[in-house]
Design a protein around this ligand. Structure first.
Ligand SMILES: *Cc1c(COP(=O)(O)O)cnc(C)c1O
Length: 430
């Protein structure tokens, strides 16, 4: 172990592309991770309120997933098998059917896509267009769906879009998310008028793509009424409903799917991030059977279905989702989170709470303030990031398995950071 951190980090400056991002907010090199903690090369531990952007809902290195994976590898289990049949895939599919789909009365085919979320979104957009024979897709302000061309076309963020250069994004119409134009403006009404007006310039849509809670876009949480309204409009206009549950799913909002209590039936559901359970790359598109009109190999890919992830994903389902104990613990922690964030919001003039379940944060009104709070928190041993169009939301994405004592400790650190930074900003303003 070396103590000269600057020498350690020089390799990244020298050799890693400028596209690197999160490492800029947390300029340390990490060597270990367990549960809700990360340890850097100097031996300092941090509480992790980022959790791989909700890819680590069950924490780092869950011991049961770890041992199942090690056993699979040492038994010469399949590592790569294209999309051939395997025992690991069968076991995962059976567990997903028995533990998630059947008890919820849900009937979906599971399409293995390339291993990242954006692959599942691309497949969803492609399939919706194929099913309907239409091109246009309705996406929402502040929506984030990934960085490949199709998904990026449906993403609102100007900076992310600019990354693609001078290309034109086509066949997506952006509509206001609930509350996007302020509380007095009914977004659903606007969308409805635009779709019903034959001279609005909005083509009949193949699909609506929506995040029930916007992860990157500032933790805007759609109400049941709004989600039902979007589902109704989709139906009325012959479009499919794509519920992008990549960040909000896998328990993040309190239930396995974030829309579970909303009485809606999305046609397509892209899943990724925590779907593997252990932070391994793994994405899938859930498809209502009647829409599964793909021909064989029509949407191919070398890495569709990560066999190691099948092993850990199955363990995650068996360990956390066979009874309601985990969901109850998420509800308890969501309340702890709300209380902690309220205390922070009270200390910052104009601040307000955003989000739902274990996907909440504080909108502090300004990006520089939110970033300063996160930077100060990191100095104090907490890893946390911002979200929103102006990075104005301090966003908590702690592992759902975080022990309550660590959770409260992390929230205390965040409170202290917010208090100190607000004080400094106030002094600077005077
Ligand atoms: C992260 C994310 C994606 C993209 O997933 P990647 O694995 O980064 O490609 C898509 N949609 C939502 C809602 C996300 O949070």
């Amino acid at each position: 172990m070396t103590t000269d951190m600057s020498a350690d980090l020089a390799i990244f400056e020298r050799r890693e592309s400028e596209a690197r991002s999160y490492c800029r907010s947390f300029p340390k090199s990490f060597v270990k991770a367990k549960g809700a903690e990360l340890t850097d090369a100097e031996g300092r531990t941090y509480i992790d309120f980022l959790a791989g952007c909700s890819s680590l809902n069950y924490g780092h290195n869950d011991p049961d997933m770890q041992s199942a994976l090690i056993a699979h590898i040492t038994a010469d289990g399949i590592t790569h098998g294209l999309d051939m049949h395997s025992d690991a895939k069968a076991d995962f599919l059976r567990a997903f059917e028995d533990i998630i789909l059947t008890p919820r009365g849900m009937d979906y085919k599971v399409m293995m896509t390339g291993p990242t979320g954006t692959n599942a979104v691309e497949a969803a957009m492609k399939l919706a267009r194929k099913v309907t024979g239409r091109r246009n897709i309705i996406a929402f302000t502040n929506g984030f769906h990934g960085m490949t061309m199709g998904a990026l076309a449906a993403t609102g963020n100007a900076g992310k879009r600019a990354g693609a250069g001078a290309v034109s994004f086509s066949d997506v119409a952006h509509m206001p998310y609930e509350g996007a134009f302020g509380e007095g403006v009914d977004s659903l009404r606007i969308i409805e008028e635009m779709l019903n007006n034959p001279s609005s310039g909005v083509d009949a849509p193949a699909a609506f793509i929506i995040e029930p809670v916007q992860g990157e876009g500032g933790l805007n949480a759609a109400s049941t009424a709004f989600m039902q309204g979007v589902a109704r409009l989709a139906k009325e206009h012959g479009a499919l409903l794509i519920a992008d549950d990549i960040q909000a799913g896998c328990g993040r909002t309190g239930s396995f799917f974030s829309f579970e209590t909303m009485s809606i039936e999305p046609d397509l559901i892209p899943m990724a991030k925590s779907f593997s359970g252990m932070g391994l790359p793994f994405a899938a598109l859930l498809i209502k059977p009647e829409h599964d009109i793909w021909g064989p190999a029509e949407h191919n890919g070398t890495f569709r279905g990560n066999t190691h992830a099948f092993v850990t994903a199955r363990v995650a389902l068996e360990k956390f989702w066979t009874d309601d104990a985990f969901q109850k613990s998420i509800a308890t922690k969501a309340e702890i989170l709300r209380d902690g964030l309220e205390r922070i919001a009270d200390a910052i003039p104009g601040a307000r709470l955003k989000g739902r379940g274990m996907m909440q944060g504080v909108d502090v009104g300004r990006g520089d303030l939110a970033s300063a709070i996160c930077a100060r928190a990191f100095e104090k041993g907490l890893i946390i990031e911002t979200s929103g169009a102006h990075d104005e939301v301090v966003k908590v994405l702690a592992p759902l398995t975080i022990p309550e004592t660590s959770f409260r400790k992390g929230l205390d650190i965040l409170f202290e950071a917010a208090r100190e930074v607000t004080q400094t900003h106030k002094l600077a303003a005077e």
